[in-house]
Design a protein around this ligand. Sequence first.
Ligand code: AMP
Length: 206
Amino acid sequence: MSHRILLLGAPGAGKGTQSTKLAAEYGIDHITTGDALRANKDMETEYGTPRSFMEAGELVPDPVVNEIVQAALDDADGFVLDGYPRNLDQAEYLSEITDLDAVVFLDVDEEVLVDRLTGRRVCDDCGANFHVDFQPPEEDGVCDDCGGELIQRDDDTEETARERLHVFYDNTEPVIEHFRDEGDLVEVDGEAPPDDVFDRIRNAVE
Ligand code: AMP
């Protein structure tokens, strides 16, 4: 059975961590617009490059992101979608190009999100996530998984993190309300331990 899963949640809610596990569990693609855009920050588009939007914590224009998602969905049998849709227009576009089997919202309090984002460290080689307090690597600055260098994302400073959260509350909360109204939304406490969160998502999917 193919799985088409949408994970919704604010920046720092744990979408990346849970998506990675879901992709491995079900053998499906992990489609994440954030990673795709980070890999193409200086791509020329008619709106300029993604970089300026991302460094300000703002949304990259819809046509750029929609095209990335459409191409990724075309290639995928099953998928877990992470970081998209971030506004109602993107949600509308998504509904035109695919059907979803499960929509899960990871709910996390704003101050917890700020602490998670500003303490987050990411492996520059393999993308694994750590946190200086909540999930420190065995050796400072070094990835447990591959030995790569741990870096802080440009947009994980407190100022930009708060801006990204504002963008989330203004633009993406309506998307969550839309799925809630349709009766399709499974809400999971994203502050529970990661393994519990994963079990709850798996229950929702199966
Ligand atoms: P993320 O890694 O999901 O936190 O995304 C990092 C940044 O990429 C965001 O702050 C946006 O600037 C941009 N981005 C990612 N996904 C989208 C999207 N669906 N729509 C617009 N911009 C996006």
